[in-house]
Design a protein around this ligand. Structure first.
Ligand SMILES: *[C@@H]1O[C@H](CO)[C@@H](O)[C@H](O)[C@H]1NC(C)=O
Ligand SMILES: *[C@@H]1O[C@H](CO)[C@@H](O)[C@H](O)[C@H]1NC(C)=O
Ligand SMILES: *[C@@H]1O[C@H](CO)[C@@H](O)[C@H](O)[C@H]1NC(C)=O
Ligand SMILES: *[C@@H]1O[C@H](CO)[C@@H](O)[C@H](O)[C@H]1NC(C)=O
Ligand SMILES: *[C@@H]1O[C@H](CO)[C@@H](O)[C@H](O)[C@H]1NC(C)=O
Ligand SMILES: *[C@@H]1O[C@H](CO)[C@@H](O)[C@H](O)[C@H]1NC(C)=O
Ligand SMILES: *[C@@H]1O[C@H](CO)[C@@H](O)[C@H](O)[C@H]1NC(C)=O
Ligand SMILES: *[C@@H]1O[C@H](CO)[C@@H](O)[C@H](O)[C@H]1NC(C)=O
Ligand SMILES: *[C@@H]1O[C@H](CO)[C@@H](O)[C@H](O)[C@H]1NC(C)=O
Ligand SMILES: *[C@@H]1O[C@H](CO)[C@@H](O)[C@H](O)[C@H]1NC(C)=O
Ligand SMILES: *[C@@H]1O[C@H](CO)[C@@H](O)[C@H](O)[C@H]1NC(C)=O
Ligand SMILES: *[C@@H]1O[C@H](CO)[C@@H](O)[C@H](O)[C@H]1NC(C)=O
Length: 679
């Protein structure tokens, strides 16, 4: 009896519950379609016209993004006292009535992103003034101008984060951020700011992060925001960045001036804490070669309020160069550096990552006297390097783990350069006119070759497009590579791989195998990724069937068929295979069924087969081809069917002939008889 009562009670509770429970995700949903998760209500994408009033009163976060709420009326949130986070993104909202946030005790985070509050911004401003504990406000994408912004955040002194991205702000003056004394983060990306008046950010004493990316700033002439830790100036038109010459310590840690028009290395504060400096995609170089070896002064003509003044700046010299000993990450890729002044890198004693790719360097030195030996990653790809210098190196002195030298003109490297790096993991020397040393070459002395033998830490080696000839020489002796790219070279045999065959996991042999070579892949026991595309292969290498490959690229060959019927190991492991641009026989496509069902063929749309010298798409083979194939290889029954009508015709013809002949015979006999028989 008690049991029945218990079940009844349970059923009753279930029925009175307003919320449905979707067990799996731990989510509840309301009648209005909102999803509830702990104290968060997600009512996004519900085409709501107003704030739903049937949510639990204790919610803390309410998401109303992508609805059609055009106004927030007075007392819209009266029930939701505990609300701290409110998001109303993308609603076409025109204004917020003063008093809209009545009842909310302490609204902390508010997003009005992507609305049209510029229409009645004064009204909205009055509403915002009644949220005294607001810490984060997002007004991005609202067509706001500078004047509107200064009205909108009036008296929001508690603000710590303010987002104004994608508006139409063109200038910033002293008044615009007045009073935001607690502001820590300010984002102004994607505006049209071309001018920032002196003193605009000075009052923001707590400001740590300032993002001005994607604006139209032409130069920063007197940077003096000592409080800022992170400054993003990327994607502007900056030709020049100069900090105030003062011994006051700047808190700057991250500076991003990438994707501008910088002509000179920026003049950084003397005292700072910079650890990340991003300067890629500019037009920087040093002009010492033009001005004479030890002067690097430049005169700047400054026209301000039609007063012209000339400032002479020393762009680079040992003594004025700021202390860059804290710098950890330096990206100067995609610039026009042809050289660096003597000692440029030597004071960067903490430098770990250096990117100098896409410049015009012809010589670079990795000697410990020129650059810190603590460097971890160095990218020198896409320069014009003819020479890499490495004086005074001894085994283990360099701590590089990643070294990219691809696309240069190197045919030689200092001897023992790689054995001096005990941590080296990845080397990319692709697209250099170099070749690898073998034991015999070294024994003969002065070999113009690169020695990559006996580098036990090396795992990934890229050597594509070097024009090398590889065959019998043991150029990888003493290595345990896992990843090797030898594409676009000339491989005449693969004995040279024997030293590292067991450990290789990825092997790229694109367009490099001699036409008559037969490769035995069975020794590559660990191989999972193999690219042998573009090699004019006519038969599928049988030794592959014993490997557990995940990825196989066979496109651009001359394969006629893929004999994959009884190759459980290969088929069981393969996930991706490329096979387009081969010479598959349309009548021998049985193997396609094996592939298509279990393996992804990304280039399937491009796979063709040939039938009597014409090419047809394999994925959509015309039915007629199938028929024709059946005729050509249909077996004895088809032959019989084909020959039967002919035989029959012949038989009938013979019979007729015989009959005709028989007729005349009879007649002659008759005639003869008639003649001879006279009664
Ligand atoms: C409110 O927003 C802030 C910042 O976006 C976030 O860190 C916090 O977890 C949110 N609080 C709740 C209750 O969702
Ligand atoms: C802005 O909101 C409109 C609807 O009001 C929506 O169509 C659009 O995708 C939103 N844009 C972004 C970037 O969110
Ligand atoms: C806003 O702050 C100013 C002073 O900065 C004060 O005079 C004014 O009364 C404040 N307005 C409101 C609505 O709090
Ligand atoms: C600066 O802004 C750009 C554009 O949004 C972004 O790609 C870059 O990562 C930012 N830089 C830093 C250091 O965050
Ligand atoms: C280089 O500097 C030294 C001393 O600082 C000076 O004597 C010499 O003339 C300078 N050379 C050039 C080419 O300016
Ligand atoms: C400076 O600008 C003012 C207007 O702002 C103009 O009247 C004056 O002629 C200008 N002076 C010169 C020297 O161009
Ligand atoms: C550079 O700065 C570091 C740390 O801030 C300091 O230890 C070092 O002495 C400074 N070097 C010079 C030459 O000022
Ligand atoms: C740079 O290093 C040199 C020694 O290599 C030292 O004499 C000089 O003072 C350093 N400069 C700075 C700014 O640290
Ligand atoms: C490297 O350092 C040596 C010795 O300090 C110096 O002679 C050479 O010019 C430096 N090379 C570069 C490229 O700075
Ligand atoms: C080396 O640099 C080139 C060009 O900058 C890049 O394409 C390649 O992926 C890099 N190599 C490695 C191993 O990261
Ligand atoms: C491949 O052909 C070349 C030249 O025709 C010949 O020298 C070489 O011995 C052949 N290699 C094999 C493995 O047949
Ligand atoms: C097909 O492969 C051959 C090499 O086998 C290559 O020369 C040709 O350009 C490739 N065609 C296409 C369309 O990729």
């Amino acid at each position: 009896m008690a049991n029945v009562f218990f079940w009844l009670l349970l059923a009753f509770m279930y029925l009175t519950l307003q919320w449905k429970y979707n067990g799996a995700e731990g989510k509840l949903s309301t009648e209005s379609g909102c999803k509830l998760f702990y104290r968060v209500a997600d009512c996004s994408h519900l085409q709501l016209l107003s704030v739903p009033q049937n949510l639990p009163t204790d919610i803390q976060e309410l998401l109303l993004d992508f609805n059609q709420i055009r106004f927030l009326h007075k007392n819209s949130f009266l029930r939701y006292h505990d609300l701290t986070n409110l998001s109303l993104r993308s609603n076409r909202m025109e204004f917020v009535e003063p008093g809209a946030f009545n009842g909310i005790r302490s609204l902390k985070v508010l997003s009005l992103q992507n609305n049209t509050i510029s229409m009645e911004y004064e009204l909205t401003s009055a509403a915002l003034r009644l949220t005294p504990s607001l810490k984060e406000l997002d007004l991005s994408r609202n067509m706001l101008t500078m004047d509107m912004v200064s009205v909108l955040h009036q008296n929001l002194t508690s603000l710590e984060r303010l987002f104004l991205d994608n508006n139409i702000i063109m200038r910033l003056d002293q008044t615009v951020f007045e009073g935001l004394v607690h502001l820590k983060e300010l984002s102004l990306q994607w505006n049209y700011i071309y001018e920032i008046e002196d003193g605009t950010f000075e009052g923001l004493v707590k400001l740590k992060k300032l993002d001005l990316a994607y604006n139209l700033l032409p130069c920063i002439g007197d940077f003096r925001l000592t409080q800022i830790q992170m400054l993003n100036l990327s994607f502007n038109n900056l030709e020049w960045f100069q900090s105030q010459e003062t011994d006051v310590e700047f808190h700057l840690e991250i500076l991003d001036i990438s994707n501008n028009q910088l002509l000179f290395f920026p003049l950084l504060p003397r005292q700072h804490r910079l650890h990340t400096l991003l300067l890629s995609n500019n037009r920087m170089r040093f002009y010492g070669d033009i001005f004479g070896t030890n002067t690097s002064r430049a005169d700047f003509l400054i026209v301000e309020n039609n007063i012209t003044s000339v400032t002479t700046v020393d762009l680079w010299s040992d003594d004025i160069h700021s202390n860059l000993s804290t710098l950890h990450y330096l990206d100067m890729s995609h610039n026009q550096f042809a050289f660096f002044p003597h000692g440029f890198f030597s004071n960067m004693s903490s430098l770990a990552y250096l990117k100098l790719n896409w410049n015009c360097l012809q010589v670079f030195s990795v000697s410990p006297s020129n650059i810190t030996s603590l460097l971890d990653e160095l990218d020198l790809s896409n320069n014009e390097l003819l020479e890499l210098q490495a004086d005074n190196i001894s085994p283990g002195i360099l701590s590089l783990s990643y070294f990219n030298l691809s696309s240069n003109n190197l045919y030689n490297l200092p001897k023992n350069i790689f054995t001096s790096m005990t941590r080296i993991h990845t080397i990319d020397m692709s697209n250099n006119p170099l070749h690898l040393c073998s034991q015999s070459e070294l024994r003969m002395g002065e070999g113009k070759c690169v020695d990559v033998r006996n580098v036990p830490s090396l795992r990934r080696l890229y050597l594509s497009g070097c024009g090398m000839e590889l065959g019998l020489q043991r150029v990888f002796y003493g290595n345990t590579l896992t990843h090797l790219d030898l594409s676009y070279n000339n491989i005449k045999g693969i004995t040279f791989l024997a030293d590292t065959a067991r450990t290789l996991q990825s092997l790229f042999l694109r367009s490099c195998l001699a036409f008559n070579i037969t490769v035995d892949f069975s020794v590559f026991m660990s191989l999972t990724v193999l690219d042998i595309s573009g090699n004019a292969l006519t038969t599928f290498p049988a030794s592959l069937t014993g490997l557990a490959l995940h990825y196989l690229d066979l496109h651009n060959n001359n394969l006629i068929s893929l004999p994959l019927y009884n190759t459980q190991r290969l088929i069981g492991s393969l996930k991706i295979v490329y096979i387009s641009n081969n010479s598959f026989d349309c009548c021998e496509l049985g193997w396609m069924n094996v592939l298509i069902h279990s393996i992804r063929i990304p280039d399937l749309q491009k796979v063709t087969c040939s039938f009597s010298n014409r090419y047809f798409p394999v994925w959509n083979l015309p039915e007629s081809i199938n028929h024709s194939c059946q005729w050509t290889n249909g077996g004895p029954w088809l032959y019989l069917l084909l020959t039967l009508p002919v035989c029959l015709t012949l038989l009938v013809a013979l019979l007729l002939l015989f009959l005709t002949f028989k007729q005349t015979l009879l007649q002659t006999v008759k005639r003869r008889c008639r003649r001879s028989t006279s009664y």
